[in-house]
Write a protein that binds this ligand. Structure first.
Ligand code: MRU
Length: 368
């Protein structure tokens, strides 16, 4: 990820054994790195969304288990930290996947070896994730190239929802990786960025990322996507996801479903980018089975922003005591998804499509 020309990862180990992450609550106004060195801090950072995005949650969760084992290497402590971290955010399955990797990887080891082993697994998860996202980027780049070939000299117009860029991952992002690669390859691209209420990950994070990488974009309000597609202004939608079922139903930030409906109605291809860690092989029917996170009222009743004084503050936008419904995610049925862009290739959003890429070796090992 490039911030003002310098390449970073959004999670790094520090010399003191902590991890440093960006406290994303302050973006785009301030770039604040914070250090986490206990499982409780990791759980707080995830729950309060200092850190976010399905793959990055996984990485922070894995380190969190390592920190818990430094304090107490018993299996009981490991299990307690697993439960605490898992409860922080229920929708993104990557978090559970990573906790399972660490739990299974260390529980049979002698107690004195567990913390170091957990850290090694967390580190491997991060390194693998960067490679995975690059592979997703290369496959998605192929799609963008094909569209670019049909409109020489004109930009390929993409639409994305929420933030599935490098801030949501250790590096590169999922939905944004193909866009960065296209831009870097000299293909003209332009991105419509949905603001993504209630927390405005599009306005605050995706726009900031794209600006830092020099990718042209237009920020639009959440309800604009249908209008843009009706007027032929979008060539391709690419979004990320927090959980994909075995049959290809896609759960992503609230509002994604409406974009997929508009895309279908207007013949705009709608692709979802994901690493294998986002597939929940135990689920089929996303609508019935995926737990949808409900978050606090204040995310709906207030908006955070920079005041004229320069202070970053919340502003109330509705009547005192308004009743809210804060659903974090929605499910886009597989029939509305043109294809899934994975690190192993692009496939239809079907069980056969996913199974054509993945064998039993990547099926999740559930905690026992
Ligand atoms: O609530 P968030 O900000 O963690 O939600 C993030 C998203 O919905 C992303 O689009 C999704 O995690 C994919 S990230 C590669």
């Amino acid at each position: 990820m490039k911030i003002q020309g310098t390449w970073y990862r959004s999670l790094r180990e520090t010399e003191t054994g902590a991890i440093a992450i960006i406290d994303q609550r302050w973006l785009p106004h301030e770039l604040r790195w914070v250090e986490l060195s206990t499982a409780a801090q990791c759980a707080q950072a995830i729950q309060a969304m200092w850190t976010r995005g399905a793959p990055l949650l996984a990485a922070v969760g894995a380190y969190g288990l390592g920190f818990a084992l430094q304090e107490d290497p018993s299996v009981a402590a490991l299990a307690a930290a697993y439960d605490t971290l898992l409860a922080t955010r229920p929708t993104a399955v990557n978090l559970r996947w990573a906790l399972d990797q660490v739990y299974q990887g260390v529980k049979e080891l002698p107690a004195r070896e567990r913390a170091a082993a957990a850290r090694a697994i967390a580190r491997a998860i991060c390194d693998e994730e960067v490679e995975t996202n690059q592979a997703i980027g290369r496959y998605g780049l192929g799609l963008i190239k094909k569209i670019a070939a049909t409109k020489p000299g004109q930009p390929v117009n993409l639409l994305t929802h929420c933030n599935a860029g490098w801030l949501a991952t250790v590096d590169w992002g999922t939905a944004l990786a193909p866009i960065y690669m296209a831009h870097d390859a000299g293909i003209p691209v332009h991105v419509y960025v949905d603001e993504t209420r209630p927390r405005n990950q599009g306005a605050s994070l995706t726009a900031w990322e794209l600006a830092n990488h020099g990718v042209p974009f237009t920020l639009v309000v959440d309800n604009a996507g249908g209008h843009l597609m009706q007027h032929g202004l979008v060539d391709l939608c690419i979004v990320g996801t927090d959980r994909v079922t075995a049959r290809g139903d896609v759960c992503n930030k609230i509002g994604t479903y409406l974009k997929a409906l508009a895309a279908q109605d207007n013949g705009v291809p709608f692709y979802v980018a994901l690493p294998y860690t986002t597939i929940d092989w135990a689920m089929q029917d996303g609508l019935a089975e995926i737990p949808i996170e409900r978050r606090s009222d204040d995310e709906v009743t207030h908006i955070w922003g920079k005041a004229a004084t320069g202070a970053v503050i919340p502003v109330q936008i509705t009547v005192d005591g308004a009743t809210t419904g804060n659903y974090g995610f929605d499910v886009t049925p597989a029939r509305l998804v043109t294809g899934l862009i994975t690190e192993r290739g692009i496939v239809p959003a079907t069980e056969a499509g996913l199974r054509s890429l993945y064998q039993a070796s990547v099926l999740p090992q559930l905690r026992t």
